[in-house]
Design a protein around this ligand. Structure first.
Ligand code: GTP
Ligand code: NA
Ligand code: MG
Length: 291
């Protein structure tokens, strides 16, 4: 099928900005809007991402690790999953070195930018100054006819969050994000941990296709079969589609952040691909020892 006929998928959103400008606070505040909307049925899992459902049913997927480190780690591994960066700028502090760095990263990765001017509750807040500074950085803000939206928020006072979510949704609609759900699933590892009772647990973000219990997987040099899937609220689910974060039980080892996950038709094929990769890595290792 043509890409334009694929179903729409939620945008994947990362928060970036200068130290202490409120990235973590903003993510916490956004996460709380999904809890308030009745999303969390069970015990909220830490999956490295969470989903906010908007009135009307549209969803926004937020990556949980702010900052450039995670973003760059994923990108350097070819796992560019972010569609939209929220550039957080504190209203009292303004544009700072890491604001510019974040901007440079976002531009290089060609992802869309939505600006959140944070800490607008503070007495020293000067959002107008921040807008001028952003214009000086060459950001084409909406107010001068550009397409970069700016929203004034306060993460700690929980103000402007709905406007920010609406801006993100509008940006996503403009991007017309779609994914093929019929092909073999592909996902990327957000984080992984060893659980005493359940074995290796991998949080993954689905890119295309559908993951389901019984799916055979290759992850780097590991292989396995999906035994169960859990959504961010801890519920067992029977499938996970594009832009959905989900916890996978059933891998035979711990993958790394940024590893690509591929669904394959049979266990035999999964094992062959994984073993082939392990042999290749071993050959490379020997070669580099010789030289
Ligand atoms: P790093 O991860 O260290 O770079 O910081 P961060 O960008 O995640 O900022 P964080 O959320 O830790 O917030 C830094 C400080 O600013 C904390 O003391 C927050 O309580 C405070 N803060 C964050 N958002 C707001 C806000 O909207 N208003 C006010 N008044 N304070 C805020
Ligand atoms: Na901080
Ligand atoms: Mg932080």
């Amino acid at each position: 099928a043509a890409a334009s006929s694929w179903p729409k998928r939620p945008p994947i959103i990362t928060v970036m900005g200068h130290v202490d400008h409120g990235k973590t606070s903003l993510l916490d505040a956004l996460r709380s809007t999904s809890v308030a909307a009745g999303e969390a049925g069970g015990i909220t899992q830490h999956l490295g991402a969470f989903v906010v459902r908007m009135p009307g049913g549209a969803e926004l997927t937020f990556l949980d690790t702010p900052g450039h480190a995670a973003f760059s780690a994923m990108r350097s591994r070819g796992a560019a999953v972010t569609d939209i960066v929220i550039l957080v700028v504190a209203a009292d502090d303004g544009v700072m070195p890491q604001t510019r760095e974040a901007l440079a990263h976002a531009r290089e990765a060609k992802v869309a930018i939505v600006v959140a001017i944070n800490k607008c509750d503070k007495p020293g807040a000067d959002p107008a100054r921040v807008r001028r500074q952003l214009l000086e950085e060459g950001l084409e803000l909406e107010e001068v006819g550009g397409d970069v939206q700016v929203v004034e928020v306060s993460a700690t006072a929980r103000q402007g969050l709905q406007s920010l979510e609406e801006a993100l949704l509008l940006q996503a609609d403009l991007m017309d994000l779609r994914a093929d759900v019929t092909r073999e699933a592909e996902a990327v590892v957000l984080e992984a941990r060893q659980d005493k009772g359940q074995g290796p647990l991998a949080s993954v973000l689905v890119k295309c296709g559908q993951l389901a219990p019984g799916t055979h997987l290759v992850v780097g040099q590991l292989w396995g079969k999906v035994r169960a899937l859990r959504d961010p609220s801890g519920r067992l689910v029977t499938s996970a589609g594009p832009a959905q974060p989900v916890e996978v039980l059933g891998l035979k080892g711990l993958p790394e952040t940024g590893d690509e996950v591929l669904a394959v038709a049979t266990e035999e094929r999964a094992r062959r691909i994984a073993e082939g990769r392990a042999a290749q890595a071993e050959a490379r290792r020997r070669e580099s020892t010789v030289m």
